[in-house]
Write a protein that binds this ligand. Structure first.
Ligand code: G6P
Length: 612
């Protein structure tokens, strides 16, 4: 993934680059580095680990032009010599993405005598630009010629000692936007890095190259002989600087868990006080396009795929449409049978996940034009490439482990369920009004669940020292068990698996003993009695049970005997998964606190996975 920041301004940009990197650390944090054109010419600083390490190495550094990078390692281990920027003949490059043909390009450059000091694909770009500069002395043109030779995904920023006061950036596949500031032009992987200097941004299109100087900006197309000049609109970002500050919280994940009532309220704002739900929520063409759908294919990765799995239960039972949920990285390479009447729903917090984007394109290229994006970032690639869209209003999610994005995705998917059901004549007016009423009550209901935090923190103390955990759920709460297990793995590094409770006897029961905590999601629904039997199977084998029940579940706790039960404040019908995931988020958060892990930046992970 990686994050990029660049600046060509009239004042010292080193603090801007550092601050920008801090905001982009969620994209990767294996190493950080910057290169500036200062009084001493090209100066580079790099550090393994976090931006704070880099900051310590930048004392006294000042320059008005520079590029910076925070890395999530793909090619080459996390090590200082692999940290960006990479240098060749007085020029420096930072890169986000993967160059697929880098081996062939590297062989060519080695044959020409270029020496490599890293194992990265990025160093190839630096040498290629250096080689181009020998033929074409203009930096922007040399970068453009180089980009024409690159296959794969990239967002790059380049500075050259011989051409001070200038930064050249380009993108194909990976995200990159520009900032129009009072003292210069800036570039970054996302808006949050630039809010410190401006809210006026320009979204570059794939295949755009921009030449930034303190007082001028030129955007051109990479392809074509002359590189046609293009103009892109300046838009005012709606993101507020406060939204990306930690405020009173200790971690972004904690902040984001507690922001869920507000995030849900904002997402549901467009439903207002209405007693009916309109297809127009999903775009101007929604009524016509959704009406054609004879089935649904949901494509997503990670937590977003769990939202899709919950939606399968909703859409099939309420709207009566068959639903398939596929992990995007599998679907994109599978030989599937295209169905032009199938609604393809891509779910993604970032809207930039490479596999989800590629899966969406794959579906479209196979002749499936009915596409819908459910995303948290309005300007993202996945939104732009879909016929229909629903933007969740969770606000920026910084913690790598997704929380508020998930619950708002679920809210959006429930609205989709209602719209599909209505279009198919399967929703009575009374049911529609009742469902909408329940949705409007969600923020309050989630707030009540959050109040259980002290009890959940006490539970976390009981199992934070365990090596493994088993999560059980049934029906639409099975994906919630999956999400609980994923959260625990991601941030507390406890190995966790989730099973549909009915599968227990087909394998995982063999693992159950006193050392294996079993966490059960036990809503008061038609599967409760079945689940109770499954829990008996665990108790009979000495397993310690942690049960998140609903009111009235009649699951007596016996703490001394290893049966712990916490009742959620309300029973919530079909929307219950939105409530039941919240205690699991809090449980993993508190287990991670006890273990002392880096909650917002768990090892080896990153938030926006813009590479394959
Ligand atoms: C990464 C993140 C997860 C996220 C997944 C999909 O793995 O760490 O939190 O669920 O990507 O991301 P998306 O932005 O497509 O929802």
């Amino acid at each position: 993934m990686c994050g990029i920041v660049a600046a060509a301004a009239t004042d010292n940009v080193v603090p801007v680059l550092i601050e920008g990197l801090k905001k982009l650390e969620y994209r990767g944090y294996d190493s950080a580095g910057l290169a500036v054109l200062g009084a001493e010419g090209l100066e580079r600083r790099r550090a393994l680990g976090r931006v704070a390490e880099l900051c310590a190495r930048c004392e006294g550094l000042a320059a008005s032009t520079g590029i910076a990078h925070t890395r999530w390692a793909t090619h080459g281990a996390p090590a200082e010599h692999n940290a960006h920027p990479h240098i060749s003949a007085g020029l420096a490059v930072v890169h986000n993405g993967i160059i697929e043909n880098y081996e062939a390009l590297k062989a060519e450059l080695l044959a020409q005598g270029y020496q490599f000091s890293s194992e990265t694909d990025t160093e190839t770009i630096a040498h290629l630009i250096a080689a181009s500069l020998k033929i074409q002395p203009d930096l922007a043109e040399a970068v453009r010629l180089t980009c024409q030779r690159l296959k794969g995904a990239y967002a790059i920023a380049v500075v050259a000692e011989a051409q001070p006061g200038r930064v050249v950036v380009a993108r194909e596949g990976s995200p990159l936007l520009l900032g129009v500031g009072e003292r210069g032009y800036y570039a970054a992987s996302d808006t949050s890095a630039l809010l410190q200097v401006t809210r006026q941004v320009i979204y570059l299109e794939n295949g755009d190259l921009a030449d930034l100087r303190p007082d001028s900006l030129v955007i051109r197309r990479i392809q074509g002989e002359a590189g046609e000049a293009v103009s892109r609109p300046v838009v005012l970002s709606q993101l507020s600087a406060d939204a990306v500050e930690l405020g009173q919280y200790r971690h972004y994940m904690q902040k984001e868990i507690f922001e869920q009532p507000e995030a849900l309220a904002n997402t549901l704002e467009m439903v207002g006080g209405a007693k009916s739900v309109q297809p127009g929520l999903f775009g101007a063409e929604a009524a016509r396009l959704l009406d054609q759908a004879d089935s649904v294919l949901i494509l997503a990765c990670g937590t977003s795929s769990h939202a899709g799995m919950v939606a399968r239960y909703w859409i099939e039972s309420i709207a009566g449409l068959p639903v398939t949920v596929e992990i995007a990285s599998e679907y994109r390479y599978r030989e599937s049978v295209p169905n032009p009447r199938q609604l393809v729903v891509a779910i993604s917090q970032s809207g930039e996940t490479a596999d989800t984007q590629a899966a969406l394109r794959h579906a479209r290229d196979q002749g499936q034009p009915l596409t819908l994006a459910i995303c948290n970032v309005a300007e993202s690639a996945i939104v732009r490439e879909s016929a229909l869209r629903f933007i969740t209003r969770a606000g920026p999610e910084i913690g790598v482990a997704s929380t508020k994005a998930f619950t708002t995705q679920l809210a959006a998917l429930f609205l989709l369920t209602l719209v599909l059901a209505k279009l198919r004549g399967r929703l009575s007016e009374a049911d529609e009004a009742a469902h909408l009423q329940a949705m409007r009550h969600l923020p309050v209901a989630v707030q009540k669940v959050l109040a259980l935090e002290p009890e959940i923190a006490a539970w976390a103390r009981r199992f934070a020292n365990k090596q493994h955990a088993l999560f059980l759920g049934r029906g639409r709460h099975y994906p919630i068990a999956l999400e609980g297990a994923l959260k625990l793995k991601e941030i507390s590094y406890i190995h966790a698996e989730a099973y549909p409770a009915g599968e227990l006897k087909h394998g995982p029961l063999a693992l159950v003993d006193r050392e294996m905590p079993v966490i059960a999601v036990a809503p008061n629904d038609h599967l409760l009695e079945k689940l109770k039997s499954n829990l008996q199977e665990v108790r009979a084998r000495g397993g310690e049970l942690f049960v998140f029940a609903d009111q009235g579940c009649q699951l007596p706790a016996d703490d001394a005997d290893g049966v712990h039960v916490l009742a959620l404040p309300e029973h919530y019908g079909p929307l219950s998964p939105i409530l039941h995931v919240v205690p699991l988020q809090l449980l993993s958060y508190h287990a991670a606190l006890i273990k002392g892990t880096d909650v917002d930046k768990p090892r080896n992970l990153a938030k926006s996975v813009t590479v394959e």
